[in-house]
Design a binder for this molecule. Structure first.
Ligand code: SF4
Length: 348
């Protein structure tokens, strides 16, 4: 299989039809191919036995199916999280995580190999940027998790979060194309409200999401409520300062009518005090917002400690009682296999 051939996972349903009909075959064969991709979740073109042999031969010759081989799969000790190290066609590695909360499965997928944003507490940021993922490579991660659940007889995949390796709005076109494909109601049919794109604050990307009214939920990694504190944790804040970011978030909510999830990694002694809670409360007061508090997960390149549970509770009370802001404290899952937020590094 040549890497240069087009990956079937990169095509929308309309493009699959165009391809198959363009070869002179019936649209019925295009529908069969689509079903083989997203219902049966075939692991190779040869396994698509419902297709006539002549169509399979043509597909084998002119396309490829970008299934990503699993180099390693690791289960967390509590059984809620499974992390997959997947191999890209150029032998780079990325990580995809399947999480299970109250019976519902979520796939946390990567949008890049490595990341250029350099957030100080993040293992992906610490490793630097390798390359953008192609749309097909993003779709392949979702199919991988959906297939695994199906083969295991577990409830089907319900949620996707683009919070794995990479900054999705730095790879905007491929990410949005992939999400369009996994949303298709005749395929994986993931609901728009169940897909969350998480950004470190790429202002042009946030504005583009709004203008294009992309049917996704948006999470913005805030972590600090002043420009100075934020720039120390998130170097991207130097390119897109806090005031511009908040302006973009206001514009986004005004255009789309959606609330934004603001992510706040709680680092003991750094951003978990009552003063910090008041600062984020003032910053977000009156906006359609929910704050997700995430106790810091350990990485080898950053010495900080997670904010304590009681501190998180006080933080939440200040947000709720004084600023009317809803918040959650993210459960720490998959930490023992380095599958938590900020821990993905694509290495064995
Ligand atoms: S937190 Fe996200 S944006 Fe920041 S370095 Fe890690 S992967 Fe990149």
């Amino acid at each position: 299989m040549s890497e240069s051939l087009p990956d079937l996972y990169q095509f929308t349903r309309a493009e699959i039809t165009e391809l198959v009909v363009g070869w002179g075959y019936s649209p019925v064969h295009a529908a069969t191919l689509w079903n083989a991709l997203y219902w049966e979740m075939a692991e190779g073109i040869g396994a698509m036995q419902a297709l006539p042999e002549k169509v399979r031969i043509r597909l084998e010759k002119e396309t490829r199916l970008g299934v990503l081989p699993v180099a390693l799969s690791t289960d967390s000790s509590d059984g809620y999280t499974r992390k997959f190290l997947l191999t890209l066609p150029d032998d780079r590695r990325i990580e995809t995580v399947r999480m299970r909360f109250t019976g519902r499965a979520t796939a946390c997928i990567s949008s890049q190999a490595g990341c250029a944003m350099g957030c100080v507490f993040c293992a992906t940021g610490q490793m630097g940027f390798s390359r953008h993922l192609a749309a097909g490579e993003i779709v392949a991660q979702v199919v991988h998790v959906a297939r695994m659940l199906k083969r295991a007889g577990e409830p089907r995949l319900r949620n996707v979060v683009v919070m794995g390796m990479g900054e999705p709005l730095h790879n905007y076109d491929a990410t949005m194309r992939a999400l369009e494909i996994v949303r298709d109601s005749s395929g994986l049919a993931l609901g728009a409200e169940r897909i969350t794109v998480s950004t470190v604050g790429v202002v042009p990307g946030i504005l583009r999401l709004a203008e294009e009214r992309q049917p996704v939920s948006l999470a913005v990694s805030l972590h600090a409520a002043t420009q100075e504190e934020r720039a120390a944790l998130v170097p991207a804040a130097r390119a897109w300062p806090l005031d511009r970011l908040m302006e973009a978030c206001r514009t986004y909510s005004a255009i789309t009518g959606r609330r934004i999830f603001y992510e706040w990694t709680l680092i003991e002694g750094k951003n978990d005090s009552a003063d910090h809670a008041h600062a984020v409360g003032r910053l977000l007061h009156g906006l359609p917002a929910q704050v997700n508090l995430i106790p810091l997960n350990p990485t080898s390149g950053y010495a900080g400690e997670p904010g304590r549970r009681e501190t998180a509770r006080e933080f939440q009370q200040i947000l709720a009682n004084q600023y009317n802001l809803p918040s959650t404290v993210r459960q720490r899952r998959g930490i023992d296999i380095a599958a938590g937020c900020g821990q993905l590094a694509g290495v064995v």
